[in-house]
Design a protein around this ligand. Structure first.
Ligand code: NAI
Length: 346
């Protein structure tokens, strides 16, 4: 591992190229909900990301401290804290990417849908400010229930006349991260050797709650095979992995560190694509024509303008088709709930 000072030299070297490439790499990112369990480690990881030149941190509490703390790290991104609603719009000025982990997390016994009443309004109001200040920004939504908060954000942007479906993402990367980890762990138990996690990639489609999470183990790279029963058990573990963490934390919140890692990976890939790097693919919950659900997670190819191409779900095993069938009613219900919320309250 490079020492921090070496890292800074590498970063400086990387950015002492032509002015054109320098300006392309000056990504300005805003994190909304930056002082929370996800927001803080996510902001730390983004602060270490050499493609980011400005990191604006917004929350309704504690951002001055978080920003002061992060600003002492000897990496490139200039960190600024913004506190309270009156500073939200200032935080968003010039943002190319907005990442939203604002809102309450689950406690044991809760579903993600139980968070709707609190988080729906938060996402609606934050998106409204985005429409005002940085309507061209890429909007990456972490706040649960993602199945509904993405439709909420999209409806608000539509009503403001600035909706671009290529720019709104529900961050489902954690489902992929978990699938990759669990698959590799099982292979390690079976054969004494896990998969190379840097090369393991299991697409996850559908939505981001319980049975709407559909890991496509049959499309994992490198290819893996499991007896039917084990495939079903693994699928169930991936679908309930969030609850595993909620229960282990016993009331102290839900996944924060692994989520921060996942969101940082997603943001990094997105910025790379915005900078013109080719072949950048991530699974995300986006506006989609793949199924009868208006929003659906699939692998998407990212480009300079956001989603360049939806890569679709590919060929499914019968088992995966049955997962898809089971997911659809709930996913559609979650989407409608989000849309109705905006229709009633905006
Ligand atoms: P947390 O409670 O630790 O942090 C939330 C932060 O949001 C707090 O700092 C709070 O002050 C802030 N906040 C509340 N209202 C706000 C507003 N109106 N504007 C700006 N900030 C506001 O919660 P945590 O653990 O960070 O989780 C955040 C969200 O992420 C939850 O909804 C959780 O369910 C979701 N989540 C999503 C995952 C995914 O895979 N997409 C995985 C894990 C959690």
């Amino acid at each position: 591992l490079a020492r921090p000072t070496q890292l800074v030299c590498v970063i400086r070297h990387q950015f002492s190229t032509s002015s054109k490439s320098r300006s392309q790499k000056d990504a300005k990112v805003a994190v909304l909900g930056a002082a929370g369990g996800i927001g803080q480690p996510l902001s730390l990881l983004l602060k270490c990301q050499p493609l980011i030149s400005h990191l604006n941190l917004y929350d309704i509490a504690h951002t001055p401290g978080v920003a002061a703390d992060l600003s002492h790290i000897e990496t490139r991104a200039k960190v600024k804290g913004f506190l309270g609603e009156e500073q939200l719009r200032q935080c968003l000025e010039g943002a190319q990417v907005v990442v939203i982990p604002a809102g309450v997390p689950r406690k044991p016994g809760m579903t993600r849908d139980d968070l709707f009443n609190t988080n729906a309004g938060i996402v609606r109001d934050l998106t409204d400010a985005i429409a005002d200040v940085c309507p061209k920004a890429m909007v990456c939504i972490i706040t649960n229930p993602v199945n509904s908060t993405v439709p909420i954000a999209s409806e608000v942007l539509k009503r403001r006349g600035v909706y671009d479906p290529k720019r709104v993402f529900g961050v489902t990367t954690l489902d992929v991260v978990r699938s990759n980890t669990f698959i590799s762990q099982i292979k390690e138990i079976e054969s004494g050797q896990g998969l190379d996690l840097t090369k393991t990639n299991c697409p996850v489609i559908g939505g981001h709650s319980g049975i709407t999470i559909i890991p496509l183990i049959s499309q994992c790279t490198p290819p893996v095979s499991f007896p039917t029963e084990e495939r079903a058990k693994l699928t169930e573990r991936i679908q309930n992995a969030g609850t595993e963490v909620v229960e282990a934390k016993a009331g102290a919140g839900s996944a924060t560190l692994s989520m921060a890692f996942a969101a940082a990976e997603f943001t990094k890939t997105l910025i790379e694509a915005l900078n013109g790097m080719e072949g950048k693919v991530q699974c995300a919950y986006v506006r989609s024509d793949e199924t009868e659900a208006k929003y659906f997670a699939t692998p998407v190819l990212l480009g300079k303008e956001g989603i360049e191409k939806n890569l679709g779900m590919g060929k499914l095993l019968d088992f995966e088709v049955s997962l898809l069938k089971a997911a659809m009613p709930e996913l559609i219900k979650n989407i409608e709930k989000g849309e109705e919320f905006v229709a009633k309250t905006y």
